[in-house]
Design a protein around this ligand. Structure first.
Ligand SMILES: Cc1cc2nc3c(=O)[nH]c(=O)nc-3n(C[C@H](O)[C@H](O)[C@H](O)COP(=O)(O)OP(=O)(O)OC[C@H]3O[C@@H](n4cnc5c(N)ncnc54)[C@H](O)[C@@H]3O)c2cc1C
Ligand code: FES
Length: 365
């Protein structure tokens, strides 16, 4: 395998990168932090200037890296592979609350694979050794190729806290026709199977040095990284401020870990849990013998608007399908939360590569 040298300016760090490896992968494995979010060419967070050298731009979406930017010598580090020695210039500001853990490969054993909500499974993997990560980050799984197809990578957020460093939990929603979900987790994967994964990735992390009220908003399995954050904040005492979790689902059948969050809310005064039902009414809940006061009714955005006239001074953490994240973003901004205090993790999938994945450059991913 031919190897080339990547020089990362302005710090002048040099990293060896195989010709079939992305620049981002080589840097993260060498412990050189580069900004990134989706790691599959959709969000544009990893866009940098190429100062010198030749690259293959790879599968960068034409929305994330536009033609004029290609002409200007920009590249997406999560897609670009070197064709010689390359020099890039990147914004290397690392969040001071974030620990940089080099990306490594792990082997794991599936110890739990269970249905937790409609079209949703909990996957728990026991790793061959401990992994360091920040609450909110994600791992990348190698999905085996079926019927002679090449293996592919799929990313799922870690739902367990950093304190549980060799047993990772994931919440995965089925996508009909999806290779990683329909074609693997929801069909052939079984308890006892060995899996290959790498990480940690991402910069959607809890600002642990903070004392601002954290408004955490998750749609569907977007709750996964927020569960890691909430447990880390409360159980490890790693957060000074209050936390409110808005978990959105169409019906009670679409919500999961309701009892876990209710127990945390009972135990910790600083935590509030707001399970939100968009397609059920208080009457339906009552008819099933449950107390309607245990739920909020409407879209998460409606519930947040009703709960708060103003959110200035808070921090927003938004995660889930891109449309939900966009809607929640508008709601938080309408309640006077500055873009600099809002963090988002969009669960982009393969279909988003053909759309405008990057919604607002103002918002941190
Ligand atoms: C940072 C991050 C964290 C994530 N965390 C989670 C998580 O915790 N839980 C979770 O459930 N999901 C999460 N996701 C989403 C996850 O990574 C997968 O995208 C999702 O599970 C679907 O994977 P899949 O392989 O089943 O579907 P895919 O094979 O990716 O297909 C998805 C959809 O796109 C269509 N499609 C496939 N290829 C193309 C193409 N070339 N052009 C157009 N359409 C195409 C398919 O038909 C299908 O409808 C996360 C995503 C990101 C970016
Ligand atoms: S991290 Fe490269 S485009 Fe999203």
């Amino acid at each position: 395998m031919t190897t080339h040298t990547i020089t990362v300016e302005p710090v002048g760090r040099e990293v060896e990168c195989d010709e079939d490896q992305t620049i981002l992968d080589a840097c993260l494995r060498a412990g050189v932090w580069l900004p990134h979010s989706c790691t599959h060419g959709t969000c544009a967070t990893c866009k940098v200037d190429k100062l010198d050298g030749e690259v293959d731009l790879g599968e960068a979406s034409s929305f994330a890296l536009m033609d004029f930017e290609r002409d200007e010598g920009k590249l997406l580090t999560c897609c670009a592979r070197p064709r010689g020695d390359v020099t890039i210039e990147a914004d290397l500001d690392v969040d001071e609350d974030m620990e940089v853990h080099p990306v490594e490969d792990y082997t794991g054993t599936v110890v739990v694979l269970e249905d937790i909500a409609q079209d949703t499974k909990r996957l728990v993997v026991e790793l061959d050794r401990e992994v360091g990560f920040n609450a909110g980050q994600y791992m990348k799984f190698t999905v085996p190729g079926a019927d002679g197809a090449e293996p592919c990578d799929r990313t799922w957020s870690i739902g367990s806290p950093p304190g549980e460093s060799s047993r990772l939990e994931f919440h995965i929603r089925n996508v009909p026709g999806g290779r990683g979900t329909d074609g693997w987790v929801f069909s052939t994967l079984a308890t006892g199977d060995e899996v290959r994964l790498s990480g940690p990735y991402g910069r959607f992390v809890l600002k642990t040095g903070d004392d601002k009220h954290a408004i955490l908003v998750g749609g569907g399995t977007g709750v996964a990284p927020l569960k890691s954050m909430v447990r880390h904040a409360l159980e490890a005492g790693e957060y000074e401020g209050d936390l409110t979790l808005y978990a959105g689902g169409r019906t009670r059948a679409h919500l999961y870990d309701v009892d876990v969050f209710r127990a945390l809310a009972d135990e910790y005064d600083e935590f509030t849990y707001r399970p939100c039902l968009s397609d059920e009414t208080p009457e339906q809940v009552e008819a099933d013998g449950e107390d309607p006061d245990d739920y909020a009714f409407g879209m998460v955005t409606d519930v947040i608007e009703a709960d708060h006239a103003k959110l200035s001074g808070c921090r927003g953490y938004l995660c889930g399908p891109p449309q939900m994240v966009d809607a929640a973003l508008k709601t938080l901004m309408s309640r006077r939360l500055f873009p600099r205090d809002i963090f988002r993790e969009d669960f982009f999938d393969e279909s988003d590569k053909n759309s405008t994945g990057l919604k607002s450059p103002l918002i941190k991913r």
